[in-house]
Each structure stands twice: as C-alpha cells, then as structure tokens.
Write a protein that binds this ligand. Sequence first.
Ligand SMILES: NC(=O)c1ccc[n+]([C@@H]2O[C@H](COP(=O)([O-])OP(=O)(O)OC[C@H]3O[C@@H](n4cnc5c(N)ncnc54)[C@H](O)[C@@H]3O)[C@@H](O)[C@H]2O)c1
Length: 439
Amino acid sequence: MTFEDEIIAKWIRRVIAGGMMMEEKINPYKNAQKQFDQAAALMDIDKNILPRLRKTNFELEVNFPVMTDNGEIKMFTGYRVRHKFMTPTKGGIRYAPSVDLDEIKALAFLMTWKCAVVDLPFSGAKGGITCDPRTLSKGELERMTRRYTYEMRNVFHPDRDVPAPDMGTNAEVMAWIMDTYSIIENNGNTVSSVVTGKPVELYGSQGRAEATGRGVVQIAERAWREFYRGDLKGMKVAVQGFGNVGSVSAKQLELRGCKVVAVSDINGTIHNKRGLGIDDVIAYSLKTKTLQGYPNAEHSGVKDILELPVDILVPAALENQLTPENAPRIKAKMVVEGANAPTTVDAEKILAANGTIVVPDILANAGGVTVSYFEWAQDKQELQWEEQRVYDELSKYMDRAFVRVKNAAKQYNTDLRTGAYVLAIGKVANYVKMRGHFP
Ligand SMILES: NC(=O)c1ccc[n+]([C@@H]2O[C@H](COP(=O)([O-])OP(=O)(O)OC[C@H]3O[C@@H](n4cnc5c(N)ncnc54)[C@H](O)[C@@H]3O)[C@@H](O)[C@H]2O)c1
C-alpha cells in the first residue's frame, strides 16, 4: 500500500466511524432517564428522593483475558451495573458487540422500574460483555463466562445481586455462572440461587425459557382488548428478533389465532402474507442458526420488518429500533415492546400522534424477571414448582400489573409508559423514603 493509499484508507475508516457514531447518537440511558423525568414531573415526590432514583448507583467495568482455541490471549471488557434499592438486585447478562457502559446502565435502570411494575421485591441490575458470541467457539464462550464470573465474584450473591439470561446468553451460560460461583465462593458446594434462568435439571424453574414471550403476548392480548375491543384472532403481526423472546412471542401469538406474517433476525426479514408456520421457522432457525435461506417466504432487509402493514408489531431484538427517522412510516396499530428500550422518546411522540399504542417494555416483557423471581424463591426453599403453577402465577402477576398500569395511566391522563413509570416510581420512592438517607 502506498503512502497515499494509506491516507485514503484512514480517511475512509474515519468517515465510516463517523457515520457509525451518528447512528449511535441515541444514548439508551439518557433516553430511559427522559422517560423517568416525564413521569416524575406529574408526581408530587420529595425533592430529596428523586435524584437518588434517577441514577444507577454502582458501576463496575472489568478487563480480563481469555485464551482462544488457538492459544492466543484475547482481552474482553465486561460490566455490571446496579440500581440498588431493594435487594437482591436482578437483571440479565448480555453478550453483544453493542455492549458498553451506557447500554448496561440503561438496562439496569429499566430493571428497577420493571420489577416495581410487577411488584417484585427486587431492584435493577444488568451486566454484559462486549463481544460477538456468534464468533466464539463453545469453549471460548465457557472460558469467557467463567472468567467474567470470577471478576464479578464480589458482586454476584444470592442476597445481593442475581444475574439471569439476556441477549446472547442462555441457560447453559447460567449453568457455567452457577458452577463457577459455587467453586470460587463456596468450596464447590452448590449455590443455586446466585443466578436464574438455569436449565430445569440444574435448579432452574419450569417455564423460565418461555416466560418473557408468554408475558408479552398476555399483555398484548389485554392491551388489544382494552384499546381495540376485540381479541387477537386474525390480527396480522410482525416480530423483530427471533431469539428467546421473539420466537416464543411469535408462537404464542400464532396459538391465539394471529397471522404472524413476518419475523426477523440479525441477518434479515422473512415475510409471507399468508402467514408463516412458526414451528417450521423455529425448526429451521435452530438447525441453521439463521433465517437466511428460509424457503417459504420473501426475504428483505433487517429493518424492513418494522414498517410492514400489520396490526401489531413486537420489537424483540434490541434498543433504539423505532426512531424519529422511521416512526412516521410505522403502520402497526400497536407496538408491544418485547425488547428493552426499542422505542426512543421522540419516536414515541410521533407514534402517539399517529394513534399507535405503545405497550412499554417495563410492563410487556416483565414475565422473564417474574419467573426469575419464582426460580430464586424456589431455589431458596429447595423445591421445584410444577409448570402449570409457574404459568398460573405468572399470569396473575402480569394481569395485576396490566390493571395497575392502566389505572395509573387513566388517573394521570397519560400513556401506558408514563403510567407504568408513575406506578413504579411511587413504589420505589416510598421505599426509599421509609428507609431514609444514610448517614
Ligand atoms: N431473555 C429474556 O428473558 C428477556 C427478558 C426481558 C427482556 N428481554 C429483551 O428482549 C430482547 C431480546 O432478548 P433475547 O433474550 O430474546 O435475545 P436472543 O439473543 O435470544 O435473541 C436476539 C434476537 O435478536 C436478533 N438481533 C440481534 N441484533 C439484531 C439487529 N441488529 N437487528 C435485528 N435483529 C437482531 C438476533 O438475531 C436474535 O434473533 C433484548 O432487548 C432483551 O434485553 C429479554
């Protein structure tokens, strides 16, 4: 490469990086704080309490080595953030290239309000590692997880901070966390309640894997009935993201008679106007690890799914998907947030002006943490509930939360998201007020 070539290459890299920075401008933590502020402004809350609630209060960044399969050492950056009021704090662990401190702070902050909406005795936390898990072998994933757990040995604890799965992690990863923690902190004796979302055979709860998607669809059904006076049968649906939350939501919607016309993953959208067969799509994506090449559908770009002519859109991938740029083109009558923070504050204003109902993440996807709470409680008592009991309890919690959010929204003459925040902030503010300020 000549000197000029190098300069040009550098310049191109800078332009690409600049473009990416422009895309990444929406800070999910600031976005969540704006949602919080909108609700707090409607409430009469002690001015000494609000600043404590508005910020996460524990942030840890660790850089640690992992040996790759070919014997090289690669450095990884991991995080754990807590928003500590009621303990233990609770929240998932994300493995994704997008993971940074602000993303994890946003997700920890949201967890507090989510736990309060469903009335769990937890506040929020979140963790993650900046990585692309698809490029790591199973051995590398395991070594990375165990080393991250070691770095977090003074943070994770059954009564202090209890992780769970999130994007890019699963029950197997939770099993490695439990095993590593038990070895390091308890001489190899099992500490099952230090993490939730474990395999059922390894002190996990029945129904945890399905919990978030089931909750999403139960809330979608309640909200649809509330705002459009009908059931879900025959409604056209699109689901963005076909992982844990997206695939279970799509299946549950299909079971309720919806026509799931499109689903997507990181590689693109698949679309069939007559409706996709979700079992078939699940079988295909489990086998190939992608929706690419799926035979019975049209294929299009990753974000095309968001703008399709459907009744209900379930974003179930990642944050900042509905932005002021695409919000004017969203055709769904209702957006049900399976993902955390998929809608920016400014996009939501545009959606509201167009009459689209947004069912917020801190209500819609709270089923996962609810069954994580059941799992933690089962582990503490060393017993296991039957699947039906888990689903019945989950259904009760979600139903109660929906009614409370709806009533708060009505009382404050506001939307569902602000109603959910009002409910949650009221609960946590009261808790903090009763405990007082130390020293
Ligand atoms: N797992 C849970 O219990 C749970 C609970 C509450 C909320 N959530 C939230 O739900 C969302 C999905 O989590 P999950 O556990 O299903 O993750 P997952 O890793 O199982 O699946 C993620 C899906 O999103 C797709 N995806 C990733 N990047 C994408 C992109 N840029 N564009 C389109 N699709 C993309 C992936 O291909 C995959 O299909 C996240 O926002 C997570 O925080 C998860």
